[in-house]
Write a protein that binds this ligand. Structure first.
Ligand SMILES: [Zn+2]
Ligand SMILES: [Zn+2]
Length: 835
């Protein structure tokens, strides 16, 4: 008997899938399109091609592929495309270092990804493949830019930007982590530049409201987005500086504390600072303070425990509620990014204002009664952040502050000194990059068409797209885009007047490329339009999106924004791109994040070469619930390989035996036991797929089935019906393992049953053979119901406890707490008492 030889098996099926184009699907109106079949769009986030695929890629595509196979066999027409997010910094940085053009390095990497995806046996519709760095693709990225420009959703303005001195590029706020460049860790500084923005803020409300349109997204991802959008309700109130004749609007969530304002603070970036202090004694000190603040990050400046610093401006504003003049300061704890960049300071009821008042010896005036011992710092019980009756607030005295809230806002509005307002933390999306390896922004600047000395911004007409990226010699950024050096390219003709004009030399943030790729897959060869509406309408939204949680905010938010904006442009029919989202966990090794410098990386290619793709894929889906982080262990890979080898051996043994007819209803003894086990496994795997892709327990169920077959087979081989039972169990195991180990699953199925397992409907468990051997285990934390989990009727107390503790819903309530007691009522419930 030959042993399990994955090389041979896998090569054979990969060849067949490639030759027969097995996973290609047709669009509406194309030959082979079946309008009766329900569609399912299964999509993993597209890879950024840099070097070789890593093990995180293997996990993402193994998980996505399992879902794609499951859906196909459940009767869906599954679209499962692939592409490459192939513009971006690593290829450009490599070019700067080695002189190799980014295109060459990128395309070499793409070839490596393509080869490995085939070697992993991922069921990709290769006819839809795309790469965002090709002119065929970015032509339409540019077209979308023009659509947004036409809608007023793209605009250009001078703005302070976060600048990475090392990469010499502007960073989006989202790319600044703890004041440092997300890519290289260099401390970020501020600069002013003319920049292109997309008006994401215009969609803030819809981005929040439309969480309701999603079918299933992880709660923590929605929370992260919600916090990022950061909606708060309050009032905009205008304070006036008579001396310079200027109004200073502030946004406050606490208009009920207006009477307690004792000073006024501007952010160091506030545009009117200059006017306030120019030529005054405060000028020099303010300037120095502003320069210093510019070198610090928003996070540092916003830190709660930071010592409060600032400089008095020698000016004052008038508090509109009581006409009182209060002194003005500049202080770095106020951020330009939030609200209007100015605040009214109420030290009696705000922690940071309180600290500032103490540092500068400013009055602290209580306007709300109440006590909060946790927040209080002094013997007057201040600052007090809570609610209570108002005091020192004129005609509002004695009223509850919450009740007075609306009245105060109404009164301000009637005096034209304020109005109710909503503020968002979300900023407009800065899309300009002074970099080479991106899609050129398709506009030109023409002096002749301009007015008042400013050149006109003229969009490149759609028929002139793409604006192709020119070849350059030097990729190093020098504070301007490397494209600026391509003088022949920059000099162009104005599409409006035909006179001389200059091209925009910035390229687009690569997040723009990945904000719409899932639409282009639906019609990738279209040379006339970005997509055909009928194709988009048929396939969208993506039914199941799969990717890393590190994209919870940026990519997912931008793609949602694009979808809404494109719907508003009338070219899309959906409001949300991804109906269901699955966020996979990370793979670590030796408990640490993998990195080249740590030397703990796992090369998927090595493991595939050694054990076969089926083993690597099965192991990666078996490591733990796929949404959790899991640690790569070589023994685990060997275990997965042993399991597949055992399944293979069963198949080989059966090949030599004559199987009889088996009537499941009449089966008895071990034959019945094995059939029952097979149906149990069908039921278990199906349910594990349906409840959030619990692939580890699904694979464990197939392992159990194989073990049961081994335990019973020798006794069963004696009779033809017995052989039939083993054969059924083995074919079922092959069918169930197929989504994870597609080559071996297909091979065994073909040998035992003939035909193609992926054309078989997903098996359905026979209820008659499904002993009711499970029950819904109630899991409580401190007596409160937190989850219900199907548990085996014969599970031990330890197993029930493990099941309860393994629940993610439960884990949330255990986090940071200590379990002091475990109560298990077998067959019923587990209660965890925590403190
Ligand atoms: Zn950097
Ligand atoms: Zn012109």
């Amino acid at each position: 008997m030959a042993g399990y030889d994955p090389k041979q098996i896998e090569a054979r099926w990969q060849r067949l899938w490639a030759e027969e184009k097995t996973w290609e699907v047709a669009n509406p109106g194309q030959p082979g399109f079946d309008p009766e079949k329900p569609k399912s769009y299964v999509l993993e986030m597209l890879p950024y091609p840099s070097g070789e695929p890593h093990v995180g890629h293997l996990k993402c595509y193994a998980v996505g592929d399992a879902i794609a196979h499951f859906r196909r066999r459940q009767g869906f027409e599954v679209i499962h495309p692939m592409g490459y997010d192939s513009f971006g910094l690593p290829a450009e940085n490599n070019a700067i270092k080695t002189g190799e053009p980014p295109r060459a390095a990128t395309e070499r990497s793409i070839e490596s990804f393509q080869r490995q995806f085939r070697e992993w046996g991922i069921s990709i519709d290769w006819s839809r493949e795309l790469a965002t760095h090709t002119p065929e693709y970015y032509r339409w990225t540019q077209w979308i830019f023009l659509q947004l420009l036409e809608q007023g959703l793209a605009y250009r303005t001078e703005a302070p930007v976060q600048w990475c001195p090392k990469d010499a590029t502007v960073l989006a706020n989202e790319q600044v982590v703890d004041g440092r460049c997300e890519r290289c860790g260099t401390e970020v500084v501020q600069r002013k530049l003319e920049q292109w923005f997309f008006k994401t803020t215009e969609y803030a409300e819809r981005l929040l409201a439309d969480f309701d349109l999603l079918e299933s997204w992880p709660e923590h991802v929605i929370t992260m987005q919600r916090n990022w959008i950061g909606r708060s309700e309050g009032a905009e109130v205008t304070f006036r500086c008579e001396e310079v004749d200027l109004d200073f609007p502030v946004f406050t969530t606490r208009p009920d504390t207006l009477f307690g304002a004792t000073f006024f603070v501007l952010a160091p970036e506030h545009p009117e600072l200059e006017r306030l202090v120019a030529g005054t004694p405060a000028e020099a000190a303010v300037r120095e303070y502003v320069d210093r603040a510019a070198r610090e990050s928003a996070e540092e400046r916003g830190a709660e425990d930071r010592e409060k610093t600032g400089v008095p401006l020698g000016r004052g504003v008038v508090n509109p509620v009581n006409g009182e003049r209060i002194p003005m300061f500049v202080a770095d704890y106020v951020l330009m990014e939030y609200g209007t960049g100015a605040i009214m300071a109420v030290p009696a009821h705000d922690e940071r204002d309180y600290e500032f008042a103490k540092a500068f010896d400013l009055p602290v005036r209580r306007v709300i009664e109440g006590e909060d011992p946790d927040a209080a710092r002094d013997d007057r019980g201040l600052p007090y952040p809570g609610d209570g009756p108002m005091t020192g607030s004129g005609r509002f005295d004695g009223k509850g502050n919450r009740e007075a809230y609306a009245e105060i806002v109404e009164w301000l509005a009637s005096e034209a000194r304020g109005e109710s307002a909503v503020n968002y933390r979300l900023r407009d999306w800065l899309v300009s990059r002074q970099r080479y390896w991106g899609a050129p922004i398709p506009v030109v600047y023409c002096d002749a068409c301009g007015e008042e000395g400013a050149p006109a911004i003229v969009p490149v007409p759609p028929e002139q797209l793409p604006v192709e990226l020119p070849e350059v010699e030097d990729y190093a950024p020098k504070g301007r885009s490397p494209l600026a050096a391509a003088e022949q390219w920059v000099a162009t003709e104005c599409p409006r007047c035909g006179g001389p004009a200059r091209r925009e030399t910035d390229t687009m943030d690569t997040f723009v490329d990945s904000s719409w790729y899932f639409i282009r897959y639906l019609d990738p060869g279209n040379g006339e339009a970005a997509w055909e509406r009928a194709a988009a309408d048929h396939w969208l939204p993506v039914d199941q999106y799969i990717g890393g949680v590190e994209h919870a905010i940026l990519h997912l938010m931008y793609a949602r924004f694009f979808t809404k904006a494109l719907a508003d442009c009338g070219v899309l029919g959906v409001q949300e791109p991804f109906a269901n989202l699955f966020a996979q966990g990370m793979i670590t090794r030796d408990g640490a994040k993998m990195s080249k410098s740590r030397g703990n990386t796992v090369s998927p290619a090595e493991y595939v070469e050694r054990y076969g793709a089926d083993t690597a894929r099965t192991y990666i889906c078996f490591m733990g619930p796929p949404e959790r982080d899991a640690d790569w262990v070589d023994e685990g890979v060997e275990g997965a390989n042993r399991f597949l080898s055992r399944l293979w051996r069963l198949c080989e043994e059966l090949g030599e035996r004559e199987a009889g007819e088996l009537d499941p209803a009449a089966a008895a003894g071990d034959a019945r036991a094995l059939l029952a086990k097979a149906h149990w496994a069908i039921d278990k795997v199906t349910r594990d797929f349906q409840r959030g892709f619990q692939f580890n327990t699904a694979i464990a169920a197939v392992m159990e089935l194989v073990n049961e077959a081994y335990r019973l087979k020798d006794g069963l081989y004696g009779a033809p019906e017995g052989v039939a039972a083993v054969r059924f169990a083995t074919a079922t195991a092959a069918s169930l393992i197929f989504p994870f180990a597609p080559h071996l699953g297909a091979e065994i199925w073909e040998r035992l049953e003939g035909g193609r397992v992926w054309e078989q409907p997903w098996p359905v468990a026979d209820p008659a053979l499904l002993a009711s051997d499970t029950f819904p285990l109630v899991v409580q934390v401190n007596g409160k119901l937190r989850d219900r989990i199907e548990a085996a009727a014969d599970a031990s107390e330890a197993e029930l406890l493990a099941l309860a503790r393994g629940s993610e819903k439960v884990a949330r309530f255990l986090d940071g707490k200590q379990v002091v007691k475990e109560i298990v009522v077998p067959g019923k419930l587990v209660n965890l008492v925590v403190r």
